[in-house]
Write a protein that binds this ligand. Structure first.
Ligand SMILES: *[C@@H]1O[C@H](CO)[C@@H](O)[C@H](O)[C@H]1NC(C)=O
Ligand SMILES: *[C@@H]1O[C@H](CO)[C@@H](O)[C@H](O)[C@H]1NC(C)=O
Length: 425
């Protein structure tokens, strides 16, 4: 994230823009998704989200126990975002029914309300200064980040050791967070599907309408080791004969000038590589959501495969020995529509086939946790080890504590993420 203040203003503007009470269900779901998304956005400016009122993002809950637990959770609880004062505190967002009964608020005067059960602290704020003087044992303190360990450790020199036993829950794009808050999910992509082709004939038209080969948009070409490396990589692709359009602050060119869907490939290269699950809006929004095949460099392939709509919905650059081999393959796909189309076939999946389709994420999952509904934990790769003592439909008897934020966020990422020595930049 290059411009955190800009980002915060955007979120504030977003909250102000919506006078949120009593909006219809769909709009609220989209707001949640959008706020989480905007909040989580990284280094390339605001995506142009086409918000659709007729979205299909309704969760068809099939689990009887879950339905009963939601019906029981009738007390309205507050999730309080402990973000800076200048944000408009009057804005409140009600979460949709399937999340449990919660509002997400910026109004810090609610901090002592008995119904305020979670305080969310952004990694970037002076957390200990803004936390209440006396701590309530029934409130969860939640640590949220959308950034990679590389950004926190190397760029911002953030020491997380001071937070042992301080937080109750972690919230991030990492699948092993207590609250999983990814940049996108297959389920969310499906909710936009009316903008994407999904019959064979529509897919043919879609592919034929593409007039350009590859797009790369970046605002950061130097801040991290991998920001430099990815630029070199793209330059190698160009030298090898791939037609790449360049955009973003790196090239004095606004990202908004591009109509992504005109391209066959989007180079979704992250500015941190080998970091666990660090897969951003480049993959979800600029690539998949735009009906473009993302070419990826970032975490290991298996991290992509686990969350991607299908193993053949993206191209993993690491599968190719050199940029030249990758360029040749992309040029081959550019010439062969039927081979290219195989990478878009995921768009034809029916919503019913989306695995994890009843799972909720972000504030929605947090709300469920506050109501003692912990079913979404079961998707956590650490499920058995970490949540063994937490019942699915009840608040746990003991406290939930993040014993070492440092050990989790820095220590349990892949070794290569922070550099083998932990000191490389
Ligand atoms: C084009 O792709 C199809 C499907 O992958 C393949 O069967 C065919 O041989 C390819 N054609 C050429 C000319 O490479
Ligand atoms: C949150 O963490 C604090 C500090 O470790 C602990 O005292 C408290 O009981 C925890 N709260 C909950 C609701 O788990």
């Amino acid at each position: 994230m290059d411009a955190p203040s800009d980002l915060k203003l955007r979120v504030a503007a977003l909250l102000t823009a919506r006078k949120i009470r009593n909006l219809n269900f769909t709009v609220i779901v989209l707001n949640v998704a959008l706020i989480v998304f905007v909040f989580l956005m990284l280094d390339q400016g605001p995506p142009i989200l086409r918000m659709s009122r007729k979205s299909e993002e309704a969760i068809d809950i099939t689990d009887r126990e879950l339905k009963a637990a939601l019906a029981r959770s009738n007390e309205k609880l507050t999730i309080l975002l402990m973000y800076p004062e200048r944000w408009d505190a009057n804005n409140v967002m009600r979460l949709p029914y399937h999340c449990g009964n919660c509002e997400v608020s910026l109004d810090k005067s609610k901090v002592e309300n008995p119904s305020t059960k979670a305080l969310v602290f952004n990694f970037n704020d002076p957390i200990k200064e803004i936390a209440p003087q006396t701590r309530r044992r029934d409130q969860y303190y939640v640590w949220i980040t959308a950034e990679s360990p590389v950004a926190l450790y190397h760029l911002r020199k953030m020491d997380l050791k001071g937070f042992d036993d301080f937080f109750n829950l972690t919230m991030s794009y990492r699948r092993d967070s207590d609250v999983y808050s990814p940049y996108g999910t297959h389920q969310q992509l499906r909710s936009y599907r009316k903008d994407l082709p999904f019959s064979d004939a529509e897919l043919d038209t879609w592919v034929k309408s593409k007039s350009k080969v590859a797009l790369w948009v970046a605002s950061n070409c130097h801040a991290t080791k991998h920001a430099v490396a990815r630029k070199d990589y793209v330059m190698e692709l160009i030298k090898a004969g791939l037609d790449v359009e360049l955009g973003g602050k790196c090239f004095q060119n606004s990202a908004a000038n591009f109509r992504n869907h005109k391209f066959k490939f989007y180079l979704a290269f992250e500015n941190a590589w080998h970091c666990r699950d660090y897969i951003t809006e480049k993959f979800w929004h600029s690539g998949l959501r735009s009906g473009v095949v993302p070419v990826v460099l970032g975490p290991p392939k298996r991290d992509y495969e686990t969350i991607a709509p299908s193993p053949k919905s993206f191209i993993y650059a690491g599968d190719f020995p050199t940029p030249r081999h990758l360029a040749e393959y992309l040029n081959y796909l550019d010439k062969n529509d039927s081979a290219y189309k195989e990478y878009l076939n995921w768009m034809k999946t029916d919503r019913k086939e989306v695995k994890e389709r009843d799972r909720v994420t972000g504030f929605c999952q947090l709300c469920r946790i506050l109501h003692g509904i912990n079913v979404d934990n079961v998707y956590n790769p650490d499920y058995k080890a970490k949540y063994k003592h937490i019942p699915l439909y009840q608040r746990p008897e003991g406290p939930r504590i993040v014993y070492s934020l440092n050990e989790w966020f820095y220590g349990s990422d892949y070794k290569e993420c922070l550099g083998v020595s932990g000191l490389e930049t």
